[in-house]
Ligand binder design. Sequence first.
Ligand code: HEM
Ligand code: SF4
Ligand code: SF4
Length: 539
Amino acid sequence: MLSKIQTPLQAALLIFEGWFDRPLGPDWNPLRHLGALSFFFFWVVVVSGIYVYIFFETSVGSAYNSIERMTIDHWYISGVMRSFHRYASDAMVVVVLLHMFREFIMDRYRGIRWFTWVSGIPTIWLLYASGIGGYWLVWDEFAQYLIIASSEWLDWLGIFGEPLANNFLTREAFTDRMFSLLLFLHIAIPLFLLIASWIHVIKISRPRINPPKGMAIGTISMMTVLSLIKPAISDAPADLSIVPQDLNLDWFYALLYPLYDKWGAGALWIITVGVSSFLTILPWLPPQKINDSAQVDNLNCNGCSRCYTDCPFDAVTMQPRTDGRPYPRIAEVDPDICTACGICIGACPTATPFRSQDMLVTGIDLPRFRLTELRDNTDKSLAQLKEKIPGDKPRIIVYGCDFGIDVKQIDAPNVVVTKLPCIGMLPPSFVDYILMRDKADGVMLTGCREGDCFHRFGIQWTEQRMAGERDPYLRKRVPVERVHTCWGAVTDSKKLHEEIAEFEASLIAQQPLEIVLPEKPRKPVADRPAENPTREAAE
Ligand code: HEM
Ligand code: SF4
Ligand code: SF4
């Protein structure tokens, strides 16, 4: 059911995002940085809030006028800061909600991601509480409406000895002490929001909490222009003796208030708590994701910690070794965090197809899709390539995953396809093995769109390994011009065909390969004693 909703939404989102990719490029596409932009707007709100606070007068009688002075008399600095504070708060609502929808649509909320998803939900409540609390302090007619409606909404719960709304019904009842309490709440709630946001990303390795510099500068510049041409202003001052009629609602924060007016507090509680509860159980609704987490093989792990460094979900830890082998540490996988992406296998020095065993046993492996299966599938695809009489066209093997560009649609006699959970699972030695043993003329590595790897770092680590910037490196003897990368989403089939044609043309233009390694027969597993992975990996 959920996947039926997700699939068309995903296609629409990918097409929409693609429009931004063309002019801006993946690095500058704001839809790829929604989590980071949420943090960014938070910091803009904090800095502008501190500035505005310096000139703010904390009393029922003078708060409104102090804000008016900032807006009118000091429009060029304080006014701009006030506008920054408001517009960044509004923008935060937009990016947080878009971020949530995007994670849902892109199916990044289930399985081990449940924690990040569920911990995101309180941030929405805290964000709304922070913003609505901010509007109260302006103490204009909108603030008057908001504070009475909000307190009546809370009063419906019946948990306060005396109704909160009574504090705001007459000028006498609304004291400066109460106003200070509102200010205190407006400082404390965002602090909780910060703590909640920190908890939210705690299980993500290297979370992207800052947008690219250029994007940050561009956003600030746009906000400055907006603040100058359309500064944030207040409504008429609050007057508790009348009921405000013509309000300028801030729809980013006050979206639900018209529902309150229409249906009452009970209905609004049912809607807000109902939606939050639904979002909370969403990761456990069918279809369930079953991951068989990666497993470490004690005999083959030499404790090099590359898997620990490369795991995008911090699922690997390095533990002291107790089995007497001559290495101080051993990798350990936390099955509750592992997404079974296989990126750790792509990092492991023991994961090389050159090994002479029939059954390839590596330091770390996926029980559902072992590296030996990837090697066998590669060999089968390459054998097919041989039989296919490619004519004068170069022989190409394409690796692809289930989340990125759709490699299944490739149908050409000179191109074969091998699938794997994430391109980051492919050790560079596979490319070496294919090209240096003349099993194909070119290797094409594909995956999700740049900056949007389903497993977070599959693309980045692959690019770095191939470029010799990250362990394990692609050996120098391998001609990199015979390796082509193509990153795209399932909707980018045109791009895939274009890139294959481009790669074919470049391979035709290249000189034949000089070094070709001889094929070695493989030994059955039983013939070999326990291996020394370090020595073998170095072969
Ligand atoms: C103040 C609000 C929020 C902030 C500042 C925030 C920030 C972030 C950041 C920085 C990341 C890491 C992005 C990356 O490195 O790729 C992230 C990931 C994530 N966020 Fe949020 N987020 C917020 C609200 C939410 C909400 C409301 C939800 C959904 C209920 C949500 C769901 C997720 C999920 C599922 C991921 C994990 C993505 C993955 O594992 O690839 N976030 N968030
Ligand atoms: S399979 Fe992926 S998530 Fe699991 S340990 Fe390896 S790199 Fe980490
Ligand atoms: S040998 Fe493999 S499993 Fe062991 S620490 Fe290194 S990368 Fe991880």
